[in-house]
Design a protein around this ligand. Structure first.
Ligand code: C2E
Ligand code: MG
Ligand code: MG
Length: 678
């Protein structure tokens, strides 16, 4: 029978006080922070206090007062010891689980588990109570099973915390994990003490040391829990700050930026547009008759509709654009960079079209339209307020015009943008309805006076307006991208036509085809040309592709590469409109060009303007020194022809011999072969 030891009682006292203080501390925190896991921990520490208290009581009752094990006070102490020992483990586990998972454990499950722990505690205490004669097995079963349970429980906790610590900042997790790990080890140690006591009877000395270790570990666990709590709070505060900031700059209903954020982005975009000398567009959108929907169907439907509208507008715009909700049914849109008004008009058109598709809200089909006002920087204002105000007033004009349309702030631009858009739509139809035709203009060799080739020039045979020259539609085709299908069609049609002529006439005839900048940038350009040549059956060397200077200079590196690829196909290259762009002679040398076409603006004045005459003569001799053939465009008079001949120009193209005419009309000229020139 071990002796009573006042030192052990003292360590018990220290543990009791430590646990009680921690419980009170956590209780205080919980009242302040109201966290479910804090509640579990507080209960755990209270249970631990009771556990130590009943342990101390048991010791005093048994060893000091020497009461029999069946004395009611000893039974009560044993019961309290058993139950609180199990509950303590349970509560700590719940608390940690909730803390790591960030969500409360289910009430019902928790209660059932606690009840089970109480039952186990009661059974273990009563069945294996220390009645005389004292039996090691009974003691071991009672204390050892619980120690094993606690070791497994705390070990699990330690492992869980250790794994989860990477996702949480701060030291709290690591401290707790290590402390619980030590605690688990210490629990295992209780088993050993039991054994030692049973074998050597020196229970109390060990109890003394174990008590001290126990106290230290508990202190660290307490500190760890408080550290965790504080770190958790700081994290929550940071999160709240982020949320508050989001709320401050976003509309709560749609999640879109609100007016302050929109204005902020507008200021930044204005600075950038100013630096890069680009335009910027501000849209002001107001839904038509939204109030009717809100009043008749209620705010829930109205809100849902606004959300859906916001989403649709957002989908109409690009990544860098900002859609904002100013309030009510008013939205704004910022397009921070734009090159032309037509693109802006297109976005407006797209939004109008998209919103016209019916909405299905709460099993109801709703129809909404919107009126849009647009202001453009720098034309319609230089600062955010003016731009927004002008977009707003343009929006009112859109309402006046019968709603469901857009208006630019500057009315002149309106007309132009609309015209462009209408033209684009007409051109699209024209392509589909095959209203485009190709005309051909002969090129005459000045040495032999033979027709040596034709240039293919597109025309639009408009049902009402008659034959339209490219000047009317090429730029719209460029902007809209329609030039790609148009250009391909011209190329294929002309190649087929050339093949027909080549079969009929007995001399070499070449074909010149213009390539637009857009076509020139197509990644499959070379492939398109190859297939047009192969499908028509012409020899590649009878095809000459014309590119303009400005077109070629857009990206000199790429141009060089593409031209080399084209040359590898066997086709020839001409530099069109030479003299109108900013050509560098250096590039003329670097690009693999065969022909240089002198622009008609120089040719026109050669007989009247000495400086034009000087330029033309210089260009011709320079071209010859680079081994390039020279074609003079737009030759209209005998005088021009005579001058060009004197300067040893190689070929001419112009109304003097023949303007561009239909395939049928050019055929007799080809049949004659020799041009009737002076
Ligand atoms: P370009 O390639 O420089 O074509 C020469 C233009 O000068 C043609 O105008 C032609 O009709 C015109 N022209 C020829 N001789 C005379 C003359 O003696 N006096 C005057 N005043 N003009 C003459 P067109 O057909 O109106 O074409 C204009 C431009 O449109 C072309 O200039 C070319 O850049 C472009 N273009 C024409 N067809 C196509 C095409 O199929 N694709 C592409 N990408 N552009 C084309
Ligand atoms: Mg040309
Ligand atoms: Mg030209």
């Amino acid at each position: 029978m071990p002796e009573f030891h006042i030192g052990v009682l003292a360590t018990f006292a220290a543990q009791i006080i430590g646990a009680a203080v921690t419980a009170v501390l956590l209780y205080g925190f919980n009242r302040q922070y109201r966290k479910s896991y804090l509640q579990h921990w507080t209960r755990g520490w209270a249970a631990l206090t009771l556990y130590h208290l009943s342990g101390a009581a048991s010791m005093v009752l048994a060893l000091r007062l020497r009461l029999p094990a069946t004395a009611p006070s000893r039974i009560i102490a044993t019961l309290a010891d058993g139950i609180s020992g199990y509950l303590m483990v349970g509560w700590f586990l719940f608390g940690i689980w909730e803390f790591v998972r960030r969500r409360p454990i289910r009430m019902f499950a928790a209660q059932r588990m606690l009840a089970a722990l109480v039952v186990i505690g009661v059974i273990a205490s009563l069945l294996f109570i220390n009645r005389a004669p004292i039996s090691e097995e009974r003691y071991l079963t009672r204390v050892g099973v619980r120690a094993l349970f606690a070791a497994i429980g705390f070990g699990t906790v330690a492992l869980t915390l250790w794994r989860a610590r990477r996702n949480r900042p701060g030291l709290g997790f690591s401290i707790l994990a290590v402390a619980f790990f030590c605690y688990a080890l210490e629990q295992l140690h209780y088993l050993t003490i039991g054994l030692i006591w049973a074998v050597a009877g020196t229970y109390l000395d060990f109890a003394l040391w174990i008590g001290v270790a126990d106290f230290l570990i508990q202190a660290v666990i307490g500190i760890g829990m408080i550290a965790c709590l504080l770190e958790d709070e700081r994290e929550a505060a940071e999160l709240a700050a982020v949320q508050i900031e989001h709320l401050a700059y976003h509309d709560a209903l749609t999640g879109l930026p609100n007016r302050p954020l929109f204005m902020d982005r507008l200021i930044v975009a204005l600075a950038q547009a100013d630096r890069s000398s680009q335009r910027l567009a501000v849209f002001f959108l107001d839904l038509d008759r939204f109030k009717d929907i809100n009043d008749s169907l209620g705010h829930t439907v109205g809100d849902a509709l606004l959300k859906a509208v916001a989403e649709r507008i957002r989908r109409c715009v690009r990544e860098g654009d900002t859609v904002a909700r100013l309030g009510g049914d008013e939205f704004t849109l910022l397009i921070p960079r734009t090159d032309n008004v037509e693109d802006v008009a297109k976005v407006a058109q797209k939004i109008l079209e998209t919103l016209k598709i019916p909405f299905f809200i709460h099993e109801r089909e709703l129809f909404v339209t919107t009126s849009i006002g647009i202001s453009i920087y720098p034309n319609d204002g230089l600062d955010p307020e003016t731009l927004l105000r002008n977009a707003d007033s343009a929006m009112y004009r859109a309402k006046d015009q019968g709603r469901d349309n857009y208006q630019l702030y500057a009315p002149a631009m309106n007309a132009r943008a609309l015209e462009r858009l209408a033209l684009e739509n007409m051109l699209r139809k024209a392509v589909a309805q095959k209203e485009l035709i190709v005309h051909y203009q002969p090129l005459v060799d000045l040495h032999s006076r033979h027709i040596i080739g034709v240039e293919a020039l597109v025309r639009w045979d408009h049902p009402q307006l008659g034959l339209l020259s490219p000047a009317h539609f090429i730029s719209v085709a460029e902007i809209s991208g329609l030039i790609i299908p148009i250009g391909n069609w011209v190329l294929r049609t002309a190649c087929r036509q050339l093949r027909i002529w080549q079969k009929r006439i007995d001399y070499d005839l070449t074909l010149s085809v213009n390539l637009s900048a857009r076509q020139f940038q197509q990644p499959d350009l070379v492939e398109q040309i190859r297939s047009a040549v192969n499908d028509s059956g012409i020899h590649p060397s009878s095809l000459e592709l014309e590119i303009t200077e400005s077109n070629a200079m857009q990206n000199a590196e790429n141009t060089s590469y593409t031209l080399r690829e084209l040359k590898a196909l066997g086709v020839r290259i001409a530099m069109d409109d030479f003299g109108t762009g900013y050509s560098s002679l250096n590039y003329l040398k670097r690009f693999p060009i065969d022909t240089l076409k002198l622009d008609q603006t120089f040719v026109r004045e050669v007989t009247t303007d000495p400086s034009d005459a000087a330029i033309v003569s210089a260009v011709i001799s320079m071209a010859h020194s680079l081994n390039l053939a020279v074609v003079a465009e737009g030759v209209e008079t005998e005088g021009q022809l005579a001058f060009l001949r004197r300067q040893r120009c190689d070929r001419i193209q112009g109304n003097l011999f023949s303007p561009a005419v239909s395939a049928e009309m050019v055929e007799p000229l080809l049949a004659e072969k020799t041009a009737k020139l002076a």
